[in-house]
Structures are given as structure tokens and as C-alpha cells.
Design a protein around this ligand. Structure first.
Ligand code: ADP
Ligand code: MG
Length: 697
């Protein structure tokens, strides 16, 4: 196991001490986050191929989506009329041959040589005969066996200069020496309950499986650990927070809340009633509320939040209602003002652009301790805004705030009294997933939309229908309606021939929308300018808004009836759904039109969006098709990320892990029993903050 005279190898041994890894490769491995022998051992395949997944080339039909393995018998770069250079290779297996084409990737000519064996996955198209368009490929190298030979092929994440084959070779070479260094640290009864093998066996199975089923069982062990740890951390964080938080015990006086119920111009939906009950019950306990209210766009979160706010007010406390932009804050003030006017309650607006006098007036009211609802932006958490008696902090579009801003608002209490916290999110995700992602929060879900909403007519139109679509938009504007036109990019990229918003704006104002009042809105504009444009649109001073996705979290403009989305394939389904939610807010029939030629795969994906207006179903489809990254856009602050587990696909495993975590902590809250110490150590190593959470005493 140890080279003569060499240092004893442990899992902590830096990779460059391993045979076959020099300083250069060690540098490259760092890109894959592989620093030690352990990291190498835990670099697990992201895919498997075996005879059952590989098709023989002769059997490929146009329209198939398939994986093949074949040897390159010829290759070259083909220029096209449009100036795009296509790398092409002809690959052959025992049954026949097929051409594969990679448009715009001429550099592959250097990476793929005649005689190399390639594993290719992708759709088969008709292009001078059958042509494979690889979505993914793996170069197995020149000496690879062109057949699967009954084996399972483990495909690893690779990086430039460090091929999949090299990584596989390295892991294979060291596996037998490294595996004996691994010992299981999760309790056997939990593994049995989850039906997964112990760690050494799991690692053997993921790297050197004899069947795909075996590989997946090994993978499940690793996924289970991630899920278990996340649940342990969240449960523990929550338990500590509960111990530490002396909350306010709000009493249902049924004065203001009852008045609101009577004054509302509509009846609450069943989901709203349920959410209000959950929140009121939570606020009635002596521990602090830490709850997430999630619901689709238009599901009526604001009203629910208002009941919570009134409960705080009727107990003599103040409420802070924080929104991510000035415009949204203004909108909330207006809505709240409108709904609470019959009760004689006037909200205070706290934003950066208020005049000094207005701010001083607001500050006086907040510092006086008078029960009041302060609606605002992050100005609410800035120095100079002091609440004398903050009882409830409501945070809308919570993911747009940093963890710190959310925490600061939560700390804005007076003395020892800390406010209850209600977070709101319009990204609807299934409850089980919410429990995995937000396990340190309680969750209320609005899964019902207020009655009487008209469906939004949604369609995908090809490029050659552009004129007709734009004519339709013009007719809507003629009828006095307003339209959004959304683009995925601002600047033309040299490679991708996307019509970006700027170019399009010029084209539109010179063409189809000539003579209309149109403005261009994009993320690079200063905030005041953005708000100014949105205000003009809201007030009807603009007919159309050409925009990048900055309007995604936008304001209510009931008169806007058209949402036209260019290059729809570039958007995630949930993103499209949020955009669609910007229309259909008034009495008029509304339309969401996706415009552009998209690939058959993209069309298939978009179909999920065209088929339903149920945000939960769309989020689920999004997660299944493109993973978590898409749903949350950029990495959402505070949401755990997983290397192996997929909280949606591993929903059942996550449930088992959650139950297991709960039981473990009930028996041994700090995981300090001897049987749990090894596990606790791994937790500490992997998640620094676990150190704090599992500190004894
Ligand atoms: P969200 O913030 O969840 O997107 P809002 O709270 O802005 O939704 O509500 C959207 C619109 O629906 C508002 O105009 C609101 O007054 C209205 N609304 C809320 N609840 C109901 C209901 N139960 N019945 C009818 N309309 C409702
Ligand atoms: Mg809202």
C-alpha cells in the first residue's frame, strides 16, 4: 500500500503524491476540486453506459435520441455558407457508420484523432442522410475497446486538458489502495432503513460497477449522506434557534384581523385561509416564527401577510414589510393602503428616495413605538431606521435579499424582544423539496389561485410568423392595451446570432412599433432610470416595454395584456412562468407569445410551459429537466447545494433521510455519543458551520 520509504498514504495525501499525478496534472485536478486522495475517491461518475444504453449504429433512425460507440474513420472541418465552421467525424462500429457534426466547434479537430473511439449521445437528424448531433461525447481514446464487452462504462466529469479517460485511469489505478482506508461512519440502522450499501462498497460500486443498478445503489448511499447531513444541520439550526429565541406571544384579539376579513372585497381562497391559520398559530407561540410563505405569482400572498401584520398591530407591535425594489415597495404601500383604509390604518413608506422631511416623519413614528406598518426597501435595515417595537418582519421576494439583510431585519427588535419573521417567495416548489431546501424554516404554501382569473392564452410561434405576431401586438396597442417584449440578452454576442434587446429595440421602433411610445429597459441602467421607466409604463405613459429579464420581478400593470418573449429556449420554464405572471392581472384577455425557431428538444421542454399555468407543475418540470440551477437563477443565498443528491429525483430518499435525522437528534441532540462521533467528525469536516451547531454545552 505504501511505496517503499514514501510517506504513509492516507486519504489526506495530496494528489500530487499519487503515482501518475505530476505537478501539472495536480494543477488540472484542482479545477475539478480534487486536492487529496479522498477528493479523487469521491470524484464520482456523472453517468453510466452499458450495452443496454448503447445502440448499434446501423439501427439509428432519424428522430432517435441515442448513444453509440464507434471508431473515427475520417474527420475534418466543414465551412458553411453562414461562416460557421462545423467539425465532422465519421464513426463506425461493427454494424455500420454514421456522420457526427459539431457546428461552431472547429477546435475539436485537435482533440479528436482518426482511430479514436468515441462515445456519442444525442439526436439523429436528417442532414444529407443521417447525422448525429452529439449533445455530449466522450473520447475513449485510441486503444479503447469499441464494444462494451458486457461492461459498464463509468463516465466522469472531466476538464480541458484532463480527459475523462485519464481521470478514469487514475481512479482505477488507486482504487484498490484507497478503498481499505475508508470506513463507514453512518449508523448501520440508518443505512438499512434507506436500503443503501455501506460506504466502501458504495464507492467500489460507483467506480467499478458490474451493472448500472449496482452503480446507482452506490450513488444512493452518497446521496443519502448528503441529504441526511443537510437535514441534520437544518434541524439542529432550528432547534438552537428555537431554544435561543424568546419570541413574542401574539394574542388573537380579533379586532383588526376580523375587521379586515369583513372589509375585504373578496373571499379568501382555501389555501389563504389555511396559511393564515398556520401563521396565526405560529405567532401565538412563545417562540419566534420563522416561516416561509410560498405561492405562485398572483396567488395572493400579500393579503395573507396582512393578516399577520394586523395580528402584530392589534397586539401593539410594529411591522416591517420589506420589498426588493422601490417600485415594489410603492406597490405594496398602495395595495395595503387600499385594503386597510376601511380600518383607518395608513402604512408608512421607507425608501432611499424619500425626502429628508418624509424620512424624518417616518423615523419619528417608528421611534415613538406607535403600532404601524412600515413598508420599504432595504432602507428598513439601514442605520437610521429604528423601530421601537418591531414585532413582525415580512420579507417579500426573499431570495432577492442576502442572508445578512434578512438576518438584520430579524434582529431589529427592541431589547430582548425579537420579531417574528415571515419570508415570502414566488418560486413555487413542491413541499418535499421546500423541506429539503428550507429545512430550517416552517413552510406555508398557497397552491390555489383566486377564482375568476382568466387563463392566459399561451403560444409558441415560429420565426416566419413574426410579422403576424407583431401585427397582433400592434392591434392590442390600438385597443389601448400595453405590451412587454422580453429578450434574454442585452448585447449582441459575436458568436451567437441573437437579436439582443438593443438591436431589437431599434428595429421595432423603426418598424412594427413605429410611432408608439416604447422604452428600453435593461439591467445596466441606473436604478432610478429603471424605476422611472417602470413608473411611466405603470402609469400608461408608455405603450410597450422592450426589456431584458429585469422585469421578471415586476410590478402590477393590469392594462398590460401581451407578454412577447424572444428566444424562449434561453429561459428556464419557471422564469417564463414568472414573466407570464406579469400579464393577466386585469379584466382583459391576456396573451403570452413565445417567438422564435427552437430545436425539437427545446420545443418539447417549452411544451410543459404551454400546457399549464400551474407554477408548481412548471417548477417540477424545470427541476426534472434542467436541475436546480435554473429554478433559482443564480445560486440562491442560503439554499444548500448538493454534489450527488438531487432533492427532487431523490425525493423519497430525502424523506427517509429527514425522518432519520429527526430520530437521531431526538436521541442525541449534539451527536456526541460514541456511536455518532465518527459521523459528527465528517459533518464538521464537510460543513464548517456544523462545528458551531454541534458544539456541546
Ligand atoms: P402575489 O404576491 O402572491 O403574486 P398578490 O398578493 O399581489 O399576489 O395578489 C394578486 C392579486 O389578487 C391582488 O390584486 C389581490 O388583491 C388579489 N387577491 C388576493 N387574494 C384574492 C382572493 N382570495 N380573491 C380574489 N382576489 C384576490
Ligand atoms: Mg407579491
Amino acid at each position: 500500500m505504501t511505496a517503499a520509504g514514501g510517506p504513509r498514504r492516507t486519504l489526506e495525501t495530496p494528489v500530487h503524491f499519487l503515482a501518475g499525478v505530476g505537478p501539472r496534472r495536480a494543477e488540472l485536478l484542482k479545477r475539478l476540486n480534487i486536492f487529496t486522495a479522498r477528493d479523487l475517491l469521491f470524484h464520482i461518475p456523472h453517468r453510466y453506459e452499458d450495452a443496454s444504453t448503447v445502440t448499434s449504429i446501423a439501427k439509428l433512425r432519424v428522430g432517435d435520441d441515442a448513444t453509440v460507440i464507434g471508431t473515427v474513420i475520417s474527420k475534418g472541418i466543414l465551412p458553411t455558407r453562414k461562416g460557421l465552421r462545423v467539425f465532422q467525424a465519421v464513426v463506425q462500429d461493427a454494424s455500420g457508420l454514421i456522420e457526427a457534426g459539431w457546428p461552431g466547434q472547429p477546435w475539436l479537430d485537435r482533440q479528436i484523432q482518426k482511430g479514436d473511439v468515441l462515445l456519442l449521445s444525442g439526436p439523429v437528424r436528417f442532414f444529407h442522410g443521417r447525422q448525429l448531433s452529439p449533445r455530449e461525447f466522450v473520447n475513449l481514446g485510441a486503444d479503447a475497446d469499441g464494444t462494451m464487452g458486457g461492461r459498464v462504462l463509468s463516465v466522469y466529469p472531466a476538464t480541458e486538458g484532463l480527459s475523462f479517460k485519464l481521470i478514469r485511469g487514475l481512479i482505477d489505478r488507486h482504487l484498490d489502495a484507497l478503498l481499505p482506508l475508508v470506513t463507514e461512519y453512518l449508523p448501520a440502522h440508518l443505512l438499512a432503513e434507506a436500503g443503501v450499501p455501506a460506504l466502501p462498497e458504495a464507492l467500489r460500486a460507483v467506480h467499478r460497477p458490474t451493472s448500472v443498478a449496482e452503480a446507482l445503489a452506490g450513488r444512493a448511499r452518497l446521496a443519502y449522506e448528503e441529504l441526511l447531513f443537510v437535514h441534520l444541520l437544518q434541524r439542529r439550526a432550528r432547534a438552537i434557534a428555537r431554544e435561543a429565541r424568546d419570541g413574542i406571544r401574539f394574542v388573537r384579539k380579533k379586532t383588526l384581523t376580523t375587521q379586515l376579513r369583513k372589509a375585504l372585497p373578496f373571499a379568501l381562497t382555501g389555501a389563504q385561509v389555511r396559511a393564515v391559520k398556520e401563521i396565526v398559530a405560529d405567532m401565538g407561540t412563545p417562540t419566534r416564527m420563522h416561516r416561509l410563505l410560498q405561492g405562485d405569482v398572483g396567488s395572493g400572498k400579500t393579503v395573507v401577510a396582512l393578516f399577520a401584520a394586523l395580528l402584530a398591530l392589534e397586539n401593539g407591535y410594529q411591522v416591517a414589510f420589506m420589498a426588493p425594489t422601490e417600485l415594489l415597495a410603492e406597490q405594496h404601500v398602495r395595495t395595503i393602503d387600499h385594503l386597510l383604509a376601511p380600518l383607518g390604518i395608513i402604512p408608512v413608506l421607507v425608501t432611499g428616495s424619500r425626502t429628508v422631511k418624509e424620512r424624518r416623519l417616518a423615523a419619528t413614528r417608528l421611534e415613538s413605538g406607535e403600532p404601524v406598518i412600515a413598508v420599504g426597501t432595504h432602507a428598513l435595515v439601514q442605520e437610521g431606521t429604528r423601530f421601537a417595537r418591531l414585532g413582525l418582519a415580512i420579507i417579500d421576494e426573499q431570495h432577492r435579499f442576502g442572508v445578512d439583510q434578512r438576518r438584520i431585519l430579524g434582529e431589529r427588535g427592541s431589547g430582548a424582544e425579537k420579531p417574528d419573521v415571515l419570508l415570502m417567495s414566488a418560486t413555487p416548489i413542491p413541499r418535499s423539496l421546500a423541506l429539503t431546501l428550507y429545512g430550517d424554516l416552517d413552510v406555508s404554501i398557497l397552491d390555489e389561485r383566486p377564482p375568476g382569473r382568466k387563463p392566459i392564452t399561451t403560444a409558441l410561434r415560429p420565426e416566419h410568423g413574426r410579422t403576424r405576431v407583431l401585427d397582433f401586438v400592434a392591434r392590442q396597442l390600438d385597443a389601448g392595451r400595453q405590451a412587454y417584449i422580453v429578450y434574454p440578452l442585452i448585447e449582441d454576442s459575436e458568436k451567437v446570432t441573437l437579436k439582443a434587446a438593443k438591436t431589437a429595440f431599434e428595429e421595432l421602433t423603426a418598424g412594427a412599433l413605429k410611432g408608439r411610445r416604447v422604452a428600453l429597459l435593461h439591467g445596466k441602467l441606473p436604478a432610478e432610470e429603471k424605476d422611472g421607466i417602470m413608473r411611466r409604463f405603470r402609469d400608461g405613459a408608455l405603450d410597450a416595454l422592450v426589456s431584458t429579464t429585469v422585469i421578471e420581478v415586476g410590478i402590477d400593470v393590469p392594462n398590460a395584456t401581451v407578454m412577447l418573449i424572444e428566444h424562449p429556449e434561453r429561459f428556464g420554464l419557471s422564469q417564463l412562468h414568472q414573466l407570464r405572471g406579469r400579464v393577466g392581472r386585469g379584466a382583459e384577455e391576456s396573451y403570452c407569445i413565445l417567438l422564435g425557431d427552437v430545436s425539437p428538444e427545446a420545443a418539447e421542454r417549452l411544451q410543459h410551459f404551454l400546457d399549464t399555468e400551474d407554477g408548481f407543475a412548471i417548477a417540477r418540470a424545470d427541476l426534472e429537466l434542467r436541475g436546480m440551477g435554473d429554478l433559482f437563477g443564480e445560486r440562491q443565498s442560503g439554499v444548500p447545494t448538493f454534489k450527488v443528491a438531487d432533492p427532487l429525483r431523490d425525493e423519497e430518499l430525502s424523506e427517509v433521510a429527514r425522518a432519520g435525522a429527526e430520530r437521531l437528534l431526538a436521541e442525541d441532540p449534539t451527536l456526541s455519543r460514541p456511536a455518532h462521533q465518527a459521523m459528527q467528525q465528517v459533518l464538521r469536516r464537510q460543513y464548517g458551520r456544523a462545528l458551531e451547531l454541534f458544539r456541546v454545552g
